[in-house]
Design a protein around this ligand. Structure first.
Ligand SMILES: [Fe+2]
Ligand SMILES: [Fe+2]
Length: 449
C-alpha cells in the first residue's frame, strides 16, 4: 500500500514540480501535491482524505472560474502548511506525548471537516443565487425634443439612478441584468450616461441591446438626434456580457449558472427576429454547456404572455419573427427553464410554454416604473417586483402621462379612453396579481440536468 502511494506521489511530483511561474495555477497545484507527498511519508491513513480533497479540487476546476479555484487552492495550501508545521514537530520530536498525539488527531479532523465543508458548499454553488433585472431605462439626457410623456424622458436618468441605489442595498446580490433599450436611441451622450450610472453598481452587470440602442433614423425616415450603431454600443459595453465584437454573448456570472444574451433587434423596425448566424452559435454554445443551468435573455418576447396579446394584431411588434426557431432549440436542452425579455413595458408577468417560463419585465422609465429581484435555488426560481423609488408627485405625473400619452399600440383594442377601458389598461400594465411568483425548474432540480 505504502509503495503504491509513493508511486502515486512520485508521479504527481514529476508531473507538476517544474513550474516556471510561481503565481500560476499549476504552481498552486504543485504546492498542494507537495503537501500530499509530505503527508504520505508520515501517515498513509491521512492520504485518503487528502486524495478525496484533491478529487474535489479537480471537480471544482471543472465547475468553477479560475480565480475562484485559485482562491480555494491558496486556502487549502495554507491550511496544510499550518497543519504540517505542527505535525512535523510531533513526528521529529522524541518527546512526543499521547496528549500531543491526540491534539494532532483533533487538528486532522478539523482540517478534514473544513475541506469537506468548503467543497461541499461550493459544489452546489448555483443554489441561492440572487440577481436583479432592470429593463428599458431609455436614458435620455436633457436635449431638444426630450420631454416627459409616456416615456418619462426628463426623469429617466433620475429613475435609473434611484433604481441602482436601491439595488445596491440588496443583501447577497450576485449580479444585475439589463434587458435592453438602455438609451433613448443610442445617442453617444446617453450611452456614456448609462455606462456611468451602471458603473455605480456594487456587483457585476450584464446587458443586452434593445431596438432603441441604435440610431432610429431608419425607423422614422427623418433626421433625428445622432445615434450610434449596434456595433459601437457593443464596444462601449465590453465586460458586461459582451466580450469582443459579437452582438450576442454567453457568460457564467456565478459558478453553475450560464447566461445567454441574444440580439433580437432589426435595423429599421421596432420588431424583433433571430438571425440564422445567431441560431447556429446558440446551438454550439448550448451543446457545450448542456450540464449547466441556463437562462436566456432577449429584448423581444417570443410568444404572447396573455390572451389579450394573442388576440391583438397591432401588438405583433412586441414579439419576434422566427421565434418558433428559438423555441425548437430551447426544447432540446432541458437545462433551459427561463427566457427573460423586456420591450413591452408592462409589469413582470410570465407564461409557461412546454415547461419553459417566458417572463417579461417592466420599464424603469414608464408607468409603473419597476424592477425585479430573482432568487434561484436548486428547485425553484422566485421573483419579487419593486417600485423604482421616487417622490409621490413624480409618481403621479408618470401615471397621468401613462393615460394621456399612452395611445396607439400601447393600448389593446378594448382599452379605450373610457372609464372601463382605462381600468383595463391600468390593470393590464400594473399586473398587480403578479408582483411575486415562484416557478419550478423544467428538469425538476439543478442536479437533474
Ligand atoms: Fe423600451
Ligand atoms: Fe424595445
Amino acid at each position: 500500500m505504502l509503495t503504491s502511494v509513493n508511486i502515486f506521489s512520485f508521479f504527481f511530483q514529476r508531473r507538476f514540480c517544474p513550474c516556471s511561474d510561481h503565481s500560476s495555477f499549476r504552481h498552486l497545484l504543485h504546492l498542494h501535491i507537495n503537501c500530499i507527498s509530505f503527508e504520505i511519508r508520515k501517515q498513509v491513513s491521512f492520504f485518503a482524505e487528502q486524495f478525496s480533497c484533491f478529487l474535489n479540487i479537480l471537480y471544482t476546476c471543472y465547475k468553477k472560474t479560475q480565480s475562484e479555484i485559485l482562491d480555494r487552492f491558496y486556502f487549502i495550501v495554507k491550511i496544510n502548511e499550518i497543519y504540517f508545521t505542527g505535525g512535523a514537530d510531533y513526528f521529529s520530536s522524541p518527546g512526543g506525548t499521547l496528549k500531543k498525539f491526540m491534539t494532532d488527531i483533533s487538528k486532522k479532523l478539523l482540517l478534514i471537516l473544513l475541506i469537506l465543508f468548503l467543497f461541499q458548499t461550493n459544489c452546489n454553488a448555483v443554489d441561492n443565487v440572487k440577481f436583479a433585472v432592470i429593463s428599458d431605462p431609455h436614458v435620455s439626457m436633457p436635449a431638444d425634443g426630450i420631454t416627459d410623456d409616456f416615456k418619462m424622458g426628463l426623469h429617466s436618468v433620475e429613475f435609473l439612478e434611484n433604481t441602482i441605489k436601491d439595488v445596491n442595498t440588496i443583501e447577497d446580490l450576485d449580479f444585475v441584468i439589463f434587458l435592453g433599450d438602455l438609451t433613448k436611441d443610442g445617442e453617444p451622450w446617453n450611452v456614456d450616461k448609462f455606462s456611468e450610472i451602471m458603473s455605480d453598481l456594487k456587483v457585476p452587470s450584464y446587458v443586452i441591446l434593445g431596438n432603441h440602442d441604435q440610431s432610429v433614423i431608419t425607423q422614422t425616415g427623418k433626421a433625428c438626434l445622432p445615434g450610434v450603431s449596434k456595433e459601437t454600443m457593443v464596444w462601449a459595453l465590453q465586460g458586461h456580457g459582451f466580450n469582443g465584437p459579437s452582438l450576442w454573448w454567453s457568460a457564467d456570472p456565478v459558478p453553475g449558472l450560464h447566461l445567454i444574451g441574444l440580439d433580437t433587434n432589426i435595423l429599421g423596425t421596432w420588431s424583433g427576429t433571430i438571425s440564422d448566424a445567431q441560431l447556429k452559435w446558440l446551438e454550439r454554445d448550448l451543446s457545450s454547456n448542456r450540464d449547466i443551468f441556463t437562462i436566456v435573455l432577449g429584448h423581444h418576447s417570443i410568444i404572447p404572455f396573455s390572451k389579450e396579446e394573442e388576440q391583438t394584431e397591432h401588438w405583433q411588434s412586441f414579439y419576434m419573427e422566427k421565434g418558433e426557431k428559438l423555441l425548437e432549440v430551447f426544447e432540446k436542452y432541458k437545462n433551459i427553464s427561463f427566457y427573460l425579455s423586456g420591450h413591452r413595458h408592462v409589469s413582470t408577468r410570465a407564461v409557461e410554454h412546454n415547461g419553459i417560463y417566458h417572463i417579461v419585465h417592466p420599464s424603469t422609465s414608464t408607468y409603473p416604473m419597476r424592477y425585479t429581484i430573482y432568487e434561484l435555488t436548486e428547485e425553484y426560481l422566485t421573483y419579487e417586483v419593486k417600485n423604482v423609488p421616487m417622490d409621490k408627485e413624480t409618481w403621479e405625473l408618470a401615471k397621468k402621462n401613462f393615460f394621456t400619452f399612452g395611445t396607439g399600440f400601447w393600448r389593446g383594442t378594448d382599452m379605450t379612453d373610457t372609464s372601463e377601458g382605462n381600468k383595463k389598461y391600468l390593470d393590464y400594465y400594473e399586473s398587480n396579481e403578479t408582483l411575486k411568483a415562484k416557478f419550478p425548474l423544467r428538469s425538476g432540480n439543478i442536479k437533474g440536468l
